[in-house]
Design a protein around this ligand. Structure first.
Ligand SMILES: *[C@@H]1O[C@H](CO)[C@@H](O)[C@H](O)[C@H]1NC(C)=O
Ligand SMILES: *[C@@H]1O[C@H](CO)[C@@H](O)[C@H](O)[C@H]1NC(C)=O
Ligand SMILES: *[C@@H]1O[C@H](CO)[C@@H](O)[C@H](O)[C@H]1NC(C)=O
Ligand SMILES: *[C@@H]1O[C@H](CO)[C@@H](O)[C@H](O)[C@H]1NC(C)=O
Ligand SMILES: *[C@@H]1O[C@H](CO)[C@@H](O)[C@H](O)[C@H]1NC(C)=O
Ligand SMILES: *[C@@H]1O[C@H](CO)[C@@H](O)[C@H](O)[C@H]1NC(C)=O
Ligand SMILES: *[C@@H]1O[C@H](CO)[C@@H](O)[C@H](O)[C@H]1NC(C)=O
Length: 703
């Protein structure tokens, strides 16, 4: 098989020895189930299990009656719906150790593997014209997690993957069949180029196979990975040509827009240089990953940590939407990038999306979700017109399938994969807590049992309390986020076998790249109380009204990883779920819904048009470590933290059926006697919200 490698890598212009391994990850992951959520995060995952996530298999036509398990429903020829669900249900089931969800995953696994076709194909398609590789990339994400979570299935899964990769390799050698849709040949599997724009996804799992279970197939696996990248170049989806200053868009996408500017593509494409780096070892891809993150952050990001794109990117416009799928994909991307390169900023960004962008788009009970979220979203209703690139007027509603069903099946991966990525192995005897939140890890170091429990109200609190019980000494690291204000400190208490306690206070000295501070933990019981000082961080942005052409500054406010927002009070109405196939104009057939599933509309009952004085932001906490956080936590009045600010009523016009971008404030027209104090709460708890405010500088104006 060696000639295959030389052949295709030669075409890619890469020098690569046939026997060299892939570039290693900076850190190794743990199997799903080794890390379990506790506290508010467990509550959230349980809500997902009790809400849409854990019920789609029982009722939702695109999962319950998916073509992958003998049904007839698919929302597109990509046949991606149930594979998306599978990618999320496996870590949800094992993260919660939930027998019901494990049985769902097992039933799906059994059906798909038992129906593997004679030539190795996995999935329902039987003709070359319908067999697209993209849906397999998602199915393989589920498979590799399953193989790690349940060793009794590993061999069977690996067998199936090996049979498949032989076929995939032959398909790709046949003019990239399965990857590059060729209409001349009658191909219908990928008319909108989602497979070619996301070609790095299947290689992630093929690299897992190569790393862990190569058998005698290493050369063929590597060749298949190379062909996926070569195909992406042939199809003009080489992301290394796009994450380049001067090429990357500095504002909203034009219409029509190239596929690079599609929000979900970009959220996944930011992994492309990192995945390719594993294959080629080209060091400039490491730097380009940082460029990609910086370009996205500078030009296309929401305060909530996601990308602004209501199908295609919208610059920094707080009126434009961010698709829910993007939130979970950037969470996974940033976790993958941190695992790859150990750059502290990537982990901060994974947390920011996890604590803001993901939960804001879900109803508190996880039974409905938005398609897109606006940074400034004073109502959630069927709109009279839309400010979006091409999403429909129903996209803001909390519903079963507003605008498009992908986020219904894809959102459940968010927290479970975040939890599974939250601790990593650092070398042979190191464990690091990298994505901070309440979680526990049960594992071994050098064959000896180690358990770590992180008890915390983080991100609502600065304090994380670790209890470590270990049969061996090891190195335990905690990641100190880049935003900490002042010195992070830790109080370490060790208890000897004879019960003698030693307490020491440590000023943490995080590594400049990874942000990790290492503690030498002895065998026995150790408690470590880490304090990560949080401060208010004011962020100024500008946006231009599409209505008036006026550009005005606006401010947002962070405290630690949370962005804060004015929570607009609302009146909620609901009705039966509407069918996305009719552009959400008609109800779904009764047999396709369950009573818990309703579509929700939130109309404001309090004022929301204010300018704020950024010099007056003040943080308040009523958090008590001894009492549990409210459940659900991402709901009005639930989080124990708030920020107050002086504010002044202003007039704020509408544009395109929603609130216009923050208007310029005419200081002479501000009624200073109407000054009021607004209470801002964590963004994700405020389903109707203003997070980017017009500015009125009272003291500057007085002076
Ligand atoms: C599509 O298939 C036709 C027929 O085999 C072939 O001539 C053409 O080059 C293919 N197009 C691409 C873009 O590969
Ligand atoms: C790999 O090939 C060797 C030599 O042909 C053979 O002895 C061995 O059983 C093979 N291993 C596997 C896992 O197929
Ligand atoms: C390395 O990657 C960069 C993109 O980051 C690319 O421009 C360059 O051509 C690559 N070098 C090789 C030898 O492939
Ligand atoms: C949704 O609408 C489409 C288009 O009218 C229709 O074919 C389909 O049967 C509807 N699906 C359900 C489940 O009601
Ligand atoms: C909103 O503001 C207006 C004008 O300042 C005031 O008359 C009205 O009472 C306010 N409404 C609510 C619900 O606070
Ligand atoms: C803006 O639109 C909302 C929703 O359609 C409407 O209730 C409100 O009266 C409008 N405000 C202005 C100032 O036109
Ligand atoms: C408000 O005051 C700050 C600090 O003096 C200044 O940087 C900013 O430009 C002012 N903004 C406006 C809109 O006046």
């Amino acid at each position: 098989m060696q000639w295959l490698i030389l052949c295709s890598l030669g075409a890619a212009g890469t020098v690569f020895a046939a026997d060299s391994a892939l570039q290693p990850f900076r850190f190794q992951n743990y199997a799903p189930g080794a890390i379990t959520p506790t506290g508010w995060l467990r509550d959230q995952m349980q809500l997902s299990a009790d809400g849409l996530g854990g019920n789609l298999f029982d009722f939702y036509r695109y999962v319950h009656e998916s073509s992958w398990i003998g049904g007839t429903y698919e929302y597109s020829t990509l046949n991606e719906a149930s594979p998306y669900w599978f990618n999320g249900i496996v870590p949800l089931a094992w993260g919660l150790d939930d027998a019901r969800l494990k049985a769902q995953a097992k039933q799906y696994l059994d059906y798909v593997l038992d129906h593997q076709q004679a030539d190795g194909w996995l999935g329902p398609e039987t003709t070359p014209q319908t067999r697209g590789l993209w849906g397999r990339a998602l199915f393989f994400f589920g498979l590799t997690q399953y193989a790690e979570a349940d060793p009794t299935e590993t061999e069977r899964i690996v067998d199936a993957m090996h049979r498949f990769v032989v076929l995939a390799n032959a398909m790709l050698h046949d003019n990239y069949r399965g990857l590059i849709n060729n209409a001349t040949l009658g191909d219908v599997y990928d008319p909108y180029e989602f497979g070619t724009s996301r070609a790095q996804e299947l290689p992630v799992s093929l690299m897992w196979l190569y790393d862990n279970y190569p058998r005698n197939n290493s050369a063929l696996i590597l060749d298949t990975i190379s062909l996926m990248f070569e195909g992406s170049r042939k199809a003009n989806f080489d992301w290394t040509t796009f994450f380049v200053n001067g090429v990357f868009p500095t504002g909203a996408a034009p219409n029509p827009a190239p596929g690079f500017m599609h929000g979900v593509n970009m959220a996944e494409g930011m992994r492309y240089p990192a995945v390719l780096y594993r294959l080629t070892g080209n060091e400039s891809l490491v730097a380009q990953t940082a460029d990609a993150v910086n370009l996205i952050t500078t030009y296309q990001s929401a305060l909530s940590g996601t990308i602004i794109a209501d199908e295609f990117v919208g610059g920094l416009d707080p009126q434009r939407g961010s698709e829910l799928c993007i939130a979970v994909e950037v969470m996974f991307s940033y976790a993958y990038l941190y695992r790859s390169f150990g750059v502290n900023d990537y982990a901060d960004r994974a947390e920011r999306a996890a604590f803001n962008a993901l939960p804001v788009a879900l109803a508190p009970d996880w039974w409905s979700r938005q398609y897109v979220t606006q940074t400034n979203q004073p109502w959630v209703d069927e709109l009279t017109s839309v400010p979006f690139f091409n999403d429909n007027d129903y996209s803001l509603t909390y519903a079963l399938e507003p605008n498009y069903p992908c986020c219904t099946v894809n959102h459940p991966q968010g927290y479970p994969k975040f939890v599974a990525s939250s601790y990593v192995q650092d070398g042979d005897d190191g464990i690091a807590h990298v994505l901070l939140s309440p979680t526990s890890l049960t594992t071994t170091v050098g064959g000896k049992a180690v358990s770590i429990t992180c008890n915390t109200h983080y991100p609502f609190s600065e304090v994380l309390e670790y209890t470590i019980v270990a049969k061996t000494a090891f190195s335990f690291s905690v990641r100190v986020p880049g935003w900490v204000s002042g010195a992070a400190t830790a109080q370490v208490t060790t208890t000897s076998a004879k019960g003698r306690k030693t307490v020491s206070t440590v000023a943490m000295t995080p590594d400049a790249t990874t942000g990790l501070h290492a503690f030498a933990v002895a065998a026995g019981t150790t408690t470590i109380t880490v304090t990560l000082p949080m401060a208010n961080e004011v962020v100024t942005r500008e946006a231009t009204s599409s209505e008036t052409g006026v550009t005005a500054p606006s401010v947002g406010i962070y405290h630690g990883p949370l962005v804060y927002a004015l929570s607009v009070e609302f009146e909620e109405t609901t009705h039966l779920p509407l069918n996305f196939s009719t552009d959400n104009e008609t109800p779904l057939a009764a047999f396709d819904i369950v009573p818990e599933s309703r579509d929700h509309f939130l109309l404001p009952t309090s004022n929301w048009s204010y300018a704020v004085d950024p010099s007056t932001f003040a943080f308040h906490s009523r958090d008590k470590a001894s009492s549990a956080l409210a459940n659900p936590i991402w709901a009005n009045n639930a989080p124990p933290v708030a920020i107050t600010v002086d504010a002044y009523p202003i007039s704020w016009p509408n544009a395109s059926g929603t609130a216009d971008v923050p208007p310029a404030v005419d200081a002479s027209a501000v009624d200073t006697a109407a000054k009021t104090t607004l209470t801002l709460i964590p963004f994700a708890a405020a389903k109707l919200h203003i997070a980017q405010f017009p500015i009125y500088n009272a003291s500057a104006t007085d002076a």
